[in-house]
Each structure stands twice: as structure tokens, then as C-alpha cells.
Design a protein around this ligand. Structure first.
Ligand code: ADP
Length: 810
């Protein structure tokens, strides 16, 4: 319509304007009532009428007309135009047209005027804001064109159409679109229109963004299906097919698989619109619910974790509505704790309460009531009896929640199944009690024992010594902080022993039965025997030694006494042996002189054989051989005598007892002969060897033979005979070697038999009475037994029984 008006604003109007509005104004105003004269007057009248009409048109046409010179000065403006801007025309004429434009638009207005001036007669159109006198904005669409006046000067004619309303509507629309787009962006919701028949779609900017699609492209249903996650495609297609057939509204969710592999969750709602033609279109919105879905997933997972954590830690949580006395919430674990299935969600609180032992439930009610009254947290332990008969022990903690009315609304809390802990605690307590009893027991032992217990640190300094109830015990005092070698007085006396001991300690080795000299709590010297073993911490670091010590003074003294006795006995044995040898001097001399005499006579014979002509060398050789034999015999006798006389250490070797007997008999041969005593030897040929000391056993035999000879000295009518018998016996594995010496002498009276082994018992005037006592101790040292019996008839028998090893020692 405006363009029509502008079209009317053609050349005639332009001519009119060019003709000078000022003239028109004068026609209309000052000279309108002047009378017309003649033809010219007629023409004037016609012109005046025409001008008047045009003036009406010009002034009241609802188009704003401006006439501007090249400098931008308003040459003329119609009343409507001035009024639109809130001015009188006179206020604008002669002023710069820029005055009705905003400062920031001046440059563009100048450019437009310049453009018109450059292209005379060519129309130009633009839209621009104008500023009213009251400062308000007037949007105009300007049609402008430069024309040349009669004098050839250019002038710019401008016709303006008010487009403020349209502009405001456009702005409002733009604004509302911007708001909508903004709202869609914020809510991740895009809108769409979809024609199922054509597959064409109309999308909002946000929909493009959600689908990550270039807004310049045309969206299609095909593209949508390409984007939909392959797993959801069939379902979506079925949903859309059904909706398009039934014209059903849509409300469904599906996923998009984006080009970068990420997944989006969409919620789509659409209204089905059926057109008169029967064509169905959907208009709807899709919302990107990925964040919500992920949050939902996270929540679901965290709930699953929580449930798992509760299951693992045997912890259940609950909330109890105080007014309704009913659960407001209970976790799955609570069901399990009470022996229910987690899906029994309709169970009333009463069912749970009935499984609590009645006396415990009464306590719970009381404690909860108090917690509500005092608005304080509480904790309580109780027991649950499950249908399977098992009892669970529960520790619960709860705290009241205050509602908006200031009253306690809920109690929320946790139950922890502490059955196992309780059992473990009880077991621990039992073990602890047992340990305490056992510790007390050992403390009692330690305090009453003569041994004492000690502990040393890593530097081997004593850190602990057991207490003793009995103060008379030898356990030393005041030793804490000292090392073992700080204490004994023999550290200097036996440096080697201590060096060995310290090496063992440095190597953290256990040690046993270290005996050292120390002093008891009264300062008296004592012997201490100690054993210890190292102990370590859990990581294996050496912490020191623990061990036990005892006072072994008495034992050591006994050992020392025994040793002294043993020495004295050995001394005595030697002395008596030498004494016996003295008694045997005559026999010994005979033993030696006999072979020596034979040597001499054989030497004589040998010389005789050699002196013959010719010398009888064979006989001389035989004599010489006899000489050698006799000399050897004499030398052997001397060797035995020397051995007996020598003070040697006991030497235990395997021996043939028969041989010992023969040698002993040989030594007393002279005594036998002098006293006309015959010897009968019945020696077992298969005698096993025994382990013993040859010299000592010979001494025993010589003693017995000499005693036998002496016992028969008074025999006048009885033959003087000594019988020596050897044999071996095996009584149920008790293998013994037996040797008897039987005489036919005075025999043993009852009173004598009991005493003959007592030291210094003798019935002889020159006797010492030590012989048999030494013999017995020698045999006992060989683990054997020496006994004496009176014979049936006359005389006495001495029996030596020596043990044989289980295996033949030979
Ligand atoms: P002594 O020969 O110095 O007396 P012994 O200890 O050898 O010391 O003997 C102690 C005593 O035992 C003898 O004095 C004697 O009374 C008695 N006695 C020892 N052997 C015999 C024996 N064969 N027959 C009878 N009495 C004996």
C-alpha cells in the first residue's frame, strides 16, 4: 500500500515540489483570497486551485515528505511529516535534516544522501530510525531520489513511511524467537515438525544442535534414523509406524549414537496432527536427557554400591516415622538381617519387631522414647531370633530428626550385625582370661621355682628378672642394666668361654647350659647355669634374649667332690696295686730269673755246640732261638710289672677276659707254687670280648687269687686248689660275662660276708682291708658286680659279673 502511495508520488508531485513549496505556501496562505483577472487570471485561478489541491495532498498525505539540499538542510517538510516527528514544519525547515536522526546514524544518512546525489533521478530505499522531538524512536522506510532544479542545482526528495509498528513487531518476534532458542538451549529441548508421509522435518536450532547437524541442511527422517542408536532403531521405527497409523501422540525415549562414538539419551514427545486431507504430522519436542540419565545411572550405581557396602559390612540403614510407628525407609540389608527377603516390601514394622527378643525390645522402646524426649542420639545392642533358630547380635545407633513443627518427626539410624565380632570378642576374652590364668600360673611357678627367668635387650643388657617369693633363693638382685659378663668373677679366668658365648650372642644363636661363677644376693659365690634363646618382633627384628638360669652350685660342688673322690680312689687303687706288687716280688723275681737262667744255660749250650769240631750249627741255632724266646718271656714279665706299677689313666678297650686271667695267674705263679696251690682253669672258649681296663681287671684278679691263696694257708687235710671259671649267660637279653674264683680255704662266715667289701675291714694281722673294696669299685666302674659266697663245702667263691653289650663286642 505504501509502495502504491509512493508510486503516486510521481513526476507531477516532484515537479510540484521543484516548483517551490515556498510559493505554494504563499498561495495557500497570504494570497488565496485575491480575485482572478482575465485569461491569465483564469489560468492563475486554475493553477491556484491545482496548487491548493496538491497542497492538500502534500500536507495531509499520510506520508512524510522532506526536501533536502545537498548540505542536508531541510528545504521543506509536509505538516504530516513534521507532526509525525512532533514538530511544526517551521521548526524543521532551514535546520539540518540530521537533527531528526540518531547521532550514530548520521554517517549512514550522509552516505544515503550522497548516493542519491551521485545517481540523480534514481530512487533509493532504506530503513532508518528517526528521533522524535520527545526523544522517542520513529522507524521509517525512506524512498529518496535526487532531482535537478530549474537552476540546475540538485535537491533530494525523501518520502518516509512509518514502519515503527512493523519494526516493533519484528523486534518482539525476534526477541521471542531468541528467548525460545535460549530456553530450548537451556533446557536441551528442541522442537520439530515431522511429516511422516514425506519424511520431511522442520527443526529448531536446538534440535539441530542435539542431532549435531548443520542448520543449513534439510533434516529428514532418514537422517534421524541414521543417528538413532542401532539397538534402538527398530523399536523407534515401530513406535513411529504405529503412531502414524493411529495418529497417536508420541512419548518415548531412545538413544543417539553420535559420530564421535558418544551416546545421547533423548526423550521425545509429539502431538499427532491430522490434516483435513488425512495427512498426519507430528509437532513435538525432544529433550536431551543424557545428563539426567547419566545422573540416574550414577545414582543407581551408587545405590547398588551402597547396598553392596551394607551387605559386606553387615550394616543396614532405616528411618522410622515416629508418629506412625512405621518404617519410612529400610535398606535391603535390614530385611536380610531380620531373616526376611528383600522383596517383602509390604511387611509392617511389627513383623520386624516380633523377631527381636522380648526383653531386648522392651529396652529398645524405652531408649527410643527417651531419645525422642531428649532429642538426643542413642545407641543400643539387641538380639534378633531368626526363624532358623539362629541369634544375631545387633549394635544400633539412631538419632532423632526434628520436623518443621519442631517435633521429632523421624528417627534415622543403622543396625550393624556384630554377631561375629561378639563371638570373636567373647573368644578373645576367654583367651585373655586363660592367658591371664596361665600367666599367673607361670608367675607362681617362677616365683616359687629355684630357677629364675630373665630377659635381655638387643645390647644384651638385662632388662627383666623374675620376682621370687622366696628371698632365700639364689636369684641375684641389682643386675638390671648389666650384661652377663659384667657379673661373674670368672670373666677374666675363662676368657675363651666368654668369647665363645659372645660370638653366639652376636650371631643371635640360642645357647644352652652355660655355667659360670657369680654371686648370690648375699654376695656368696655361686655357680649359675643359664640357657637362652633370641626373640624378635613381628617384623623379625632382634629384640634380645629370654631364658632361664638356675643355681647349680650344689651340683657343681658334688661333681667336684666326686671328681676328688675318683682321683683319691685311683690313687688308692694304684697304691694297693703297687703294694700287691711288693708282695709279689718273690714271684716276679722268679718269673724273671727263670727265663734268665734258661738264657744262660742255653747260651752255654750254644757256645758248646759252636766249639765242637765241626761246630753243630743246627743245635747252636736252636739254643740261640730258645735264648731269644726266654729273653722275650722275661721282657714280657717286666713289661706287665711296669704296666701294673705305672700310674696310668683308665683305658677302656675290648678285652679277652680269658687272656686277662692267664696273665694274672702268671704273675702269681710263684705265690701259688710256694703255697702249693694248684690252679684249675675252666675258661669258656667262645667268650665274647668285654670293654674294660686291662690293668684294673688284672688287679682285681690278682687280689682275688692272693686272697684265695692266703685263705688256704691253714689247709692241712684239704687240697689247696683254686678254680677259675669263665662263662657267659643270657637271661632274657640280659647278657653277662661271668668269672668265678673259688678256693677251698677258711670260707666266709655270715658276719664276714657282709663286711668284706667295707673299706679297712680285715681279719689279717698285717692286712689293710682295702683290697676287696677297691676290687668292687673297679668292677662297678665297669658297670658290673662283684659278690662273694661261702661254698657248700669249704672255701669261698668270688663272682664277677660284667655286662655285655647286646651285640657281641668282639
Ligand atoms: P686284706 O686282704 O688286706 O684283709 P681284703 O679286703 O682283701 O683285705 O680282705 C678283707 C677280708 O676279707 C680279709 O681280711 C678276710 O677276712 C676276708 N677274705 C678275703 N678273701 C677271703 C677268702 N678267699 N676266704 C675267706 N675270707 C676272705
Amino acid at each position: 500500500m505504501m509502495s502504491g502511495q509512493i508510486a503516486k508520488f510521481g513526476n507531477s508531485a516532484a515537479q510540484f515540489l521543484l516548483g517551490g513549496l515556498a510559493a505554494l505556501r504563499s498561495f495557500g496562505n497570504g494570497e488565496k483570497d485575491k480575485p482572478a483577472l482575465g485569461e491569465d487570471s483564469r489560468q492563475d485561478i486554475d493553477l491556484r486551485d491545482a496548487v491548493k489541491q496538491w497542497r492538500e495532498v502534500f500536507e495531509h498525505n499520510p506520508v512524510m515528505y522532506f526536501m533536502v539540499d545537498p548540505a542536508g538542510t531541510v528545504l521543506n517538510v509536509n505538516t504530516f511529516g513534521a507532526a509525525q516527528l512532533g514538530y511544526m514544519a517551521a521548526e524543521l525547515i532551514g535546520q539540518s535534516v540530521l537533527n531528526v536522526f540518531f547521532e550514530e546514524d548520521h554517517a549512514s544518512v550522509r552516505r544515503c544522501i550522497a548516493l542519491c546525489l551521485e545517481t540523480v533521478d534514481q530512487p533509493h530505499t532504506w530503513e532508518v530510525r528517526k528521533i522524535r522531538k520527545d526523544g522517542s524512536v520513529l522507524w521509517v522506510r525512506e524512498n529518496a531520489k535526487a532531482m535537478l532544479r530549474g537552476d540546475g542545482t540538485p535537491i533530494v526528495l525523501v518520502a518516509c513511511e512509518n514502519i515503527t509498528q512493523r519494526k516493533e513487531a519484528e523486534d518482539a518476534l525476534r526477541q521471542s524467537e531468541a528467548y525460545l532458542a535460549h530456553a530450548q538451549e537451556l533446557s536441551h529441548t528442541g522442537s520439530f515438525g515431522l511429516s511422516f508421509a514425506t519424511g520431511e522435518a522442520v527443526w529448531s536450532r536446538e534440535t539441530f544442535r542435539i542431532f549435531q547437524c548443520d542448520p543449513a541442511t534439510k533434516p529428514t527422517l532418514n537422517f534421524v534414523f541414521q543417528r538413532i542408536h542401532p539397538e534402538d532403531r527398530d523399536r523407534v521405527r515401530r513406535t513411529l509406524d504405529r503412531a502414524s497409523i493411529e495418529a497417536e501422540n508420541l512419548d518415548h525415549e531412545y538413544r543417539l549414537l553420535m559420530p564421535d562414538g558418544s551416546v545421547k539419551y533423548l526423550h521425545s514427545v509429539a502431538r499427532a496432527v491430522r490434516h483435513a486431507s488425512g495427512r498426519i504430522e507430528f509437532v513435538g519436542a525432544i529433550t536431551d536427557v543424557t545428563v539426567a540419565k547419566e545422573a540416574e545411572e550414577r545414582l543407581r550405581r551408587s545405590e547398588a554400591y551402597l547396598a553392596e557396602a551394607q551387605r559386606l559390612s553387615h550394616t543396614s540403614s532405616w528411618a522410622c516415622d515416629v508418629r506412625r510407628q512405621e518404617f519410612a525407609y529400610r535398606s535391603a540389608e535390614l530385611y536380610r538381617l531380620f531373616g526376611f527377603e528383600p522383596d517383602q516390601i509390604d511387611l509392617p514394622a511389627r513383623d520386624f519387631q516380633q523377631r527381636i527378643l522380648p526383653e531386648d525390645f522392651r529396652r529398645i522402646v524405652e531408649v527410643e522414647r527417651q531419645a525422642v524426649r531428649q532429642r538426643e542420639p542413642f545407641q543400643i545392642d539387641f538380639r534378633i531370633a531368626r526363624p532358623d533358630g539362629s541369634i544375631r547380635r545387633v549394635h544400633t545407633e539412631g538419632h532423632p530428626v526434628i520436623g518443621s513443627d519442631g517435633e521429632v518427626m523421624e528417627i534415622i539410624g543403622t543396625h550393624v550385625d556384630v554377631t561375629e565380632q561378639f563371638a570373636a570378642k567373647e573368644a578373645l576374652q576367654r583367651a585373655f582370661d586363660e592367658l591371664k590364668t596361665s600367666e599367673q600360673r607361670f608367675r607362681d611357678y617362677a616365683e616359687t621355682a629355684s630357677d629364675w627367668f630373665w630377659e635381655t635387650g638387643p645390647d644384651h643388657r638385662i632388662t627383666h628378672i623374675s620376682e621370687h617369693a622366696d628371698t632365700s633363693t639364689a636369684a641375684p638382685t641389682g643386675l638390671i642394666g648389666l650384661t652377663r659378663w659384667d657379673i661373674p668373677p670368672d670373666a677374666e679366668l675363662e676368657p675363651e668361654k666368654w668369647e665363645q658365648h659372645r660370638l653366639a650372642l652376636d650371631a643371635h644363636l640360642p645357647f644352652r647350659d652355660l655355667v659360670y661363677r657369680s654371686r648370690d644376693r648375699n654376695g656368696h659365690p655361686i655357680y649359675v647355669r643359664t640357657s637362652g634363646k633370641p626373640f624378635h618382633d613381628a617384623s623379625g627384628s632382634f629384640l634380645g634374649y629370654r631364658g632361664v638360669s638356675s643355681d647349680v652350685t650344689a651340683a657343681i660342688r658334688a661333681e667336684q667332690a666326686e671328681e676328688a673322690l675318683r682321683k683319691a680312689q685311683a690313687e688308692l687303687t694304684h697304691v694297693t696295686r703297687v703294694t700287691t706288687l711288693g708282695e709279689l716280688t718273690a714271684s716276679i723275681a722268679h718269673e724273671i730269673t727263670q727265663p734268665l737262667a734258661a738264657v744262660i744255660s742255653n747260651a752255654d749250650a750254644c757256645i758248646g755246640w759252636l766249639g765242637r769240631e765241626p761246630a753243630d750249627l743246627t743245635a747252636a741255632r736252636r739254643s740261640a732261638e730258645w735264648i731269644v724266646e726266654d729273653a722275650n718271656r722275661a721282657s714280657e714279665v717286666i713289661r706287665r710289672i711296669r704296666a701294673l706299677a705305672k700310674k696310668t689313666e683308665i683305658e677302656v678297650i675290648p678285652l679277652d677276659l680269658n687272656q686277662v686271667v692267664r696273665e694274672a695267674v702268671a704273675l702269681v705263679r710263684r705265690e701259688l707254687a710256694t703255697n702249693a696251690v694248684s690252679v684249675r682253669m675252666e675258661l669258656a672258649s667262645d667268650l665274647p670280648r668285654i670293654c674294660g681296663d686291662r690293668i684294673q681287671l688284672q688287679q682285681v684278679l690278682i687280689n682275688l687269687l692272693m686272697n684265695g691263696i692266703e685263705a688256704m694257708q691253714a689247709n692241712i687235710d684239704r687240697p689247696r686248689e683254686l678254680a677259675i671259671r669263665s662263662s657267659h649267660a643270657d637271661d632274657d637279653g640280659d647278657r653277662r660275662l661271668l668269672l668265678t674264683v673259688t678256693d677251698r680255704g677258711v670260707g666266709l662266715g655270715k658276719d664276714v660276708t657282709d663286711r668284706i667289701f667295707t673299706p679297712f675291714f680285715t681279719t689279717k694281722s698285717g692286712g689293710l682291708g682295702m683290697g676287696l673294696s677297691i676290687c668292687r669299685s673297679i668292677i662297678e666302674a665297669h658297670a658290673g658286680r662283684l659278690s662273694a659266697f661261702p661254698n657248700e663245702g669249704s672255701g669261698a667263691t668270688f663272682l664277677i659279673a660284667l655286662p655285655l653289650p647286646y651285640k657281641d663286642a668282639s
